[in-house]
Design a protein around this ligand. Sequence first.
Ligand code: ATP
Length: 212
Amino acid sequence: MIVIGVTGGIGSGKSTVSSILEELGAILIDADSISKQVVEPEERAYFEVIKTFGESILNEDKSIDRKKLAEIVFTSDEKKRLLEGIIHKEVIRVIKERIELFHEYGFNGTVVLDVPIPVEDGFLNVVDKVWVVVSEDKKRISRVIKRGGISLEDAQNRINSQLSQEEYMKLADVVLENNGDLLELREKVKNLHSSLMLEVYKNKNLNDGKDE
Ligand code: ATP
């Protein structure tokens, strides 16, 4: 099994790269969707969030009212950090659990782990290769505005609050520039994937040779 960690700033194109890898046969672990799942009713982070912020953040159907929660943490950096800490811890736990499970099942293919924040524990220490997706700021901003739900100011603030693209690139085995169209990106991902498969195949043959 090989685990490719795909990361990069907002709007760089990591989800697009991850879904191209998925089309090429990889299994996707998407940190963003896990962060939503872990606060669903009866999930672990759900109970911890209620314990921390009180039952007033619940909807009538007992699901968490995300808007209310967002309003609470918006007013206090400390509360924001508390919430992020609860969710982050759970996301890491789920990621590690899934990878362990794939190992246990003897899965022999490619796993792609799509994360916005390339932390050491649960990302860098579980991936075999780090692919960093970068793109010009103005392209990232126009893409996320086009995608919807975010203003120019919010997009700029998100970029400023994240690691710089240079910092992301320091972690990279592969830097994927996503400044062209989707066809170009698809071509790049396919080529990188083929090179990686070739590398894995050669290493396997070398190791098999050693065993004989
Ligand atoms: P986020 O961190 O906000 O989730 P992301 O890095 O995962 O962003 P994507 O969701 O992959 O980025 O891309 C952002 C938007 O830009 C999407 O709507 C995607 O379809 C579009 N996009 C990505 N790459 C390209 C490209 N090369 N050409 C045109 N559109 C693109």
